[in-house]
Design a protein around this ligand. Structure first.
Ligand SMILES: N[C@@H](CCC(=O)N[C@@H](CS)C(=O)NCC(=O)O)C(=O)O
Length: 259
């Protein structure tokens, strides 16, 4: 059965382009004419927090950002996210929402104006969620291995590369050889992809292993490169050198805790 859009993960039906959106001032967040309050508890280096920041900026939602010290979490964070005690937490009119992917969907469903983060078509939406979940799962298992290192790291990297080969091949085929968002605003899948791989080039500097490379994954790399030029993404991404330093420290903490 043929689908409404050619590219399965295509979001070509979105009706706002960068140029239009860029010149539009940030709108006020209002409910029935009243100002609403949007706060984001985050940590500057977190890829999960980055997702929420990018989505809010793309939607043009003004928000207050609260930086958390994860070694000394605020009472508010523990109260807002008593289950996982993690960032990001989005607090909308006093109501906390946890888990980055749930936050993305909440943002899209609450501020219903375009650009939309997920396509309307249920099948396309399912495909976007599918690829986001797949990429997330492989990235998580690789980062666990990189930080805890030691046992069979090369085998783990090979597993990762093979799973990424599948993503490269099929996502390319499903997107007519071009990134899903093209010249439109990035959506859910773009944001997840960028949050996981936007800084792939620093992996070798931090861990000493080559994982994702533009040579092996030209389609995904060009997609990520296009995303990194989007103003809302550029404005939200953490400074590269600071991030490298931060990851080196975390890596050091992991290896000393193992010793
Ligand atoms: N599945 C969560 C993961 C969030 C997460 O792992 N956040 C980290 C920062 S990158 C955190 O808050 N860690 C604090 C802790 O584990 O105590 C999401 O998607 O939001």
């Amino acid at each position: 059965m043929s689908r409404p859009d050619k590219g399965i993960t295509s979001t070509k039906n979105r009706d706002i382009n960068w140029g239009e959106k860029k010149s539009k001032p940030h709108q006020k967040n209002s409910i029935m004419g009243e100002e609403s309050s949007v706060k984001l508890h985050g940590m500057w280096a977190s890829p999960f927090v980055l997702r929420a920041k990018i989505a809010l900026k793309i939607k043009g939602i003004e928000f207050e950002y609260i930086e958390e010290d994860l070694a000394n979490k605020s009472e508010l964070l523990l109260q807002y996210n008593p289950v996982h005690k993690k960032v990001p937490v989005l607090v909308h009119n006093g109501l906390p929402i946890s888990e980055s992917l749930i936050i993305l969907e909440y943002i899209d469903e609450t501020w219903t104006q375009p650009p939309h983060l997920l396509p309307n078509d249920p099948y396309l939406k399912a495909k976007h969620r599918f690829w986001a979940a797949y990429l997330q799962q492989i990235a998580e298992s690789l980062s666990k291995s990189l930080f805890t290192e030691g046992e069979a790291i090369e085998e783990k990297i090979n597993e990762y590369l093979k799973k990424m080969d599948v993503a490269e091949e099929l996502m390319k085929a499903e997107n007519d050889d071009s990134p899903s968002f093209q010249d439109l605003k990035p959506g859910y899948l773009d944001i997840v992809l960028y949050s996981l791989l936007g800084t792939y080039d620093i992996v070798e500097e931090v861990f000493g292993f080559k994982t994702f490379t533009a040579e092996r994954y030209p389609f995904l790399a060009s997609w990520i490169n296009a995303l990194s030029q989007v103003p809302e993404i550029k404005d939200s991404a953490p400074p590269k050198l600071k991030l490298i330093e931060h990851l080196r420290v975390i890596r050091q903490i992991y290896s000393t805790s193992k010793a």
